[in-house]
Design a protein around this ligand. Structure first.
Ligand code: ZN
Length: 341
C-alpha cells in the first residue's frame, strides 16, 4: 500500500430511499426481497462514493445493518428479541431496552455474505468489513442462559470467528472488530477482552483490526466525554495489552480528541488507523487539518505504520457532510504524502 492509505471507521449515512436518515436505529423504507435488493444497491453506491472521494480501503458503509451490534445479532439463534429488558449500557452511560439470550448461541447462516460478495465484485480496491467485538456485544444484550458474561462473550467470539473466516473467503482484506466497550471496562480488556478477540480472529490470514472508540457524535457520548477531563488516558491501561496482542491494527480517535498523542507509542509494533476526521461535528476539516493530525502522529509512530481514517462511524451524519469529510480525508492524506514522503 502507498504511504498514508485512507479508510473509514466503517459506517456511512444511508440514502433516504433505503432508511430513515440521521438516526442510530433507522427504520427501513421497505421489506422482504425489495429490502434485500435495496441494501445491495446502497452497498454499491457507498463503495462508489468512497472511490470517488479517493478512499483507498473501502467498506460496505454498513448499509445492510440497522445498528452495528444488532445487525449481527439478528442472524443469531438463541436470542429472544421479544424478551426485552432495560439495561444500563457502557457502565450506565445510557439505558436501552435490549433482547435476552435464552439458549445456546448459533449462527443462522451467513451474516454479511450477500453484501461482502457484492462489494468484492464491485471494486478493485481493498475492502474492510466491520463486526461488533465480543465485549461490546455482551454489553448490549441480557443473559438468561449462560449465567456468566465472559462465557457468553466467548460464545459470541466463536460465532464472529465463523463469519470472519467466511468474509475472508469472500475476498475481504481487512476485518475490524468494533470495541467501544474497551474504553469503559479497561481491566476486562487485559483480563479477557483481548483473548476473546483472539478467538474471533483465530485462523485468519487477512489483516485484523480493533476499533476502540469514544463513540458516535451523539449527545450521551459527548456528555460523557465532557466528564473525562483534559487528557483522556484510558488508553494507557489498554494499549500495552493491545500491543502484545495478535491483532494487526488498532483504530484510534485522534482529531479533536483529548487522547495525548504520545500514548500511541504504547502501541509499538502495530499499524495504527488514526482518526483524522471528527464525526461529532458538522464542520468540514481542511486538508491541512488532516495533515496536521498525520504530522503529530508521525512524531510517535513510524509513518509506514499509519493508516488514515475517521474517528468513528458516520452513520448518523448528513450525507452531504459525510461526503465532504471523506474528500477532506483523502485530500489531507495526499497533502501529507507530498509533504512527508
Ligand atoms: Zn467508533
Amino acid at each position: 500500500m502507498a504511504l498514508f492509505a485512507t479508510t473509514t471507521a466503517g459506517s456511512l449515512p444511508k440514502p433516504a430511499w433505503l432508511a430513515e436518515q440521521n438516526k442510530l436505529w433507522p427504520a427501513w423504507k421497505m421489506s422482504g426481497d425489495a429490502l434485500a435488493k435495496a441494501k445491495l444497491d446502497a452497498t454499491a453506491a457507498a463503495i462508489k462514493l468512497q472511490e470517488d472521494a479517493g478512499i483507498d480501503i473501502v467498506t460496505d458503509g454498513e448499509q445492510s445493518r440497522q445498528h452495528f451490534v444488532h445487525g449481527f445479532l439478528e442472524h443469531v439463534e438463541g436470542i429472544d428479541f421479544a424478551r426485552k429488558v432495560e439495561m444500563g449500557i457502557r457502565n450506565d452511560r445510557y439505558k436501552a431496552m435490549v433482547p435476552t439470550v435464552t439458549g445456546a448461541l448459533r449462527l443462522r447462516g451467513r451474516v454479511h455474505g450477500a453484501e461482502a460478495k457484492h462489494a468484492r465484485a464491485g471494486t478493485q480496491r481493498k475492502i474492510k468489513f466491520t463486526l461488533p467485538g465480543p465485549m461490546t456485544i455482551i454489553d448490549t444484550i441480557a443473559d438468561a442462559h449462560y449465567g456468566d458474561r465472559v462465557k457468553m462473550a466467548f460464545a459470541f467470539a466463536r460465532l464472529l470467528n465463523a463469519e470472519a473466516r467466511a468474509l475472508q473467503a469472500d475476498g475481504v482484506d481487512v476485518i475490524q472488530f468494533d470495541e467501544p466497550a474497551f474504553n469503559v471496562y479497561m481491566n476486562d480488556v487485559s483480563d479477557w477482552g483481548i483473548e476473546a478477540l483472539h478467538t474471533a480472529i483465530d485462523g485468519l490470514t487477512c489483516t485484523t483490526a480493533v476499533h476502540i472508540c469514544y463513540g458516535y457524535g451523539i449527545k450521551a457520548n459527548n456528555d460523557w466525554k465532557a466528564t473525562l477531563g483534559d487528557a483522556w488516558r484510558q488508553y494507557e491501561t489498554t494499549f500495552p495489552a493491545l500491543a502484545a496482542s495478535k491483532l494487526d491494527q488498532v483504530s484510534v480517535e485522534c482529531r479533536n480528541s483529548r487522547v495525548p498523542i504520545e500514548l500511541l507509542a504504547l502501541l509499538k509494533g502495530k499499524d495504527i488507523q488514526i482518526g483524522a476526521i471528527d464525526v461529532a461535528t458538522d464542520d468540514i476539516e481542511s486538508a491541512e487539518d488532516v495533515a496536521a493530525v498525520i504530522e503529530a502522529a508521525m512524531k510517535v509512530v513510524p509513518k509506514e505504520r499509519l493508516v488514515i481514517s475517521t474517528n468513528c462511524g458516520m452513520a448518523p451524519m448528513h450525507e452531504d457532510i459525510a461526503t465532504a469529510k471523506l474528500k477532506a480525508l483523502a485530500a489531507g492524506a495526499a497533502l501529507a504524502r507530498k509533504r512527508f514522503s
